[in-house]
Design a protein around this ligand. Structure first.
Ligand SMILES: [Zn+2]
Length: 313
């Protein structure tokens, strides 16, 4: 069996620090530890995580690796490299409903000579300040009749199918950008919602106060996984950005793309509306990573690598 080296690593690595030197967020540490570089290191951005946080994980290794895989909260986290196989990236996240606490992240790197390294880091998840909000919608969305229940069940199969397939490489490149340029975003992600005082749910997206028929842009490049009306979501588009990351746009009045089509960041995919379970005209944006819903506003703040070079692999 190949030897396995294991070490708890807390320090930022030189290469990753160089790549992200212009980034506005805090790093876990600016100190370079010679021992860390020997086995490899883990850099998490942002350094402060809470339930609903997306995060960029950067691994820096002493040798070129064949593959790097992470394990986080029972998710298998696929990593990708650019031209340099010393540095590997993954875009992952903390589920909005995860309880605060300390949780392990484990990274396995396999090398050409048959050896492998295991890196460990405990991630502290803080509590995000989400609030409880009462909302009023038509009763048919709180107590759907039997016809509506059939449609909701059929919708679930359609969504499950769309969410089940994701590209094996990132389709995005560079930063994620908001879907609307002018409409203000609310701070509604993570709110506990009481619909008509009866049904409680966590708001797993971000609402934008958009007038009817406002053009909606893709938050990054990807492939359209779903483009159709659904009962709760109304006019709905799902874009697969690869490696389990998807963006979901709801309550649309007009859809401008079809399933299977490739789209670029900023491309107009739809017009906003008030269809489905909506209290009025707005755009709901969801960011989904392997079934977990993440705060889109935090994703827009992350400084992401340009990965068009990846396509040359
Ligand atoms: Zn919403």
């Amino acid at each position: 069996m190949p030897p396995s080296r294991s070490r708890t690593l807390l320090h930022a690595a030189l290469l990753a620090a160089t790549i992200f030197s212009a980034a506005p967020f805090a790093r876990s540490s600016a100190i370079i530890d010679a021992k860390s570089i020997d086995s490899g290191s883990i850099l998490i951005t942002p350094s402060n995580l809470s339930n609903g946080s997306p995060c960029l994980i950067t691994i820096t290794l002493p040798h070129e690796a064949l593959s790097v895989t992470g394990n986080w909260q029972a998710h298998r986290v696929p990593f990708f490299s650019l031209t340099d196989r010393h540095t590997w990236f993954a875009l992952a996240g903390v589920d909005v409903e995860l309880a605060p606490g300390s949780y392990p992240l484990t990274i396995e790197a396999a090398f050409k000579d048959g050896t492998h390294t295991t890196l460990h880091q405990q991630l502290t998840i803080e509590t995000a300040p989400y609030v409880q909000v009462p909302l009023t919608v038509p009763d048919k969305f709180v107590e759907p009749d039997s016809k509506a229940l059939k449609q909701i069940a059929a919708d679930k199969l359609i969504k499950d199918k769309a969410f089940a397939t994701t590209a094996a490489t990132p389709l995005w490149t560079g930063n994620f950008t908001p879907p609307l340029r002018l409409a203000p975003q609310s701070d509604s992600f993570g709110n506990q919602r009481l619909f008509n005082g009866k049904v409680a749910s966590v708001h797993r997206g971000l609402d934008y106060h958009a007038k009817l028929h406002t053009p909606v842009g893709a938050i990054n490049s990807g492939r359209v996984a779903l483009a159709r009306p659904l009962y709760f979501e109304g006019g709905c588009v799902v874009i697969d950005h690869g490696l389990g990351l998807m963006s979901v746009y709801m309550h649309l009045s007009k859809i401008e793309v079809t399933a299977g089509r490739r789209v670029r960041r900023g491309q107009i995919i739809a017009l906003s509306g008030a269809s489905g379970r909506a209290t009025g005209p707005h755009l709901h944006l969801g960011v989904r990573w392997q079934g977990s819903y993440l705060d889109p506003a935090k994703l827009f703040q992350l400084q992401m690598p340009q990965i068009s070079a990846l396509r040359a692999h």
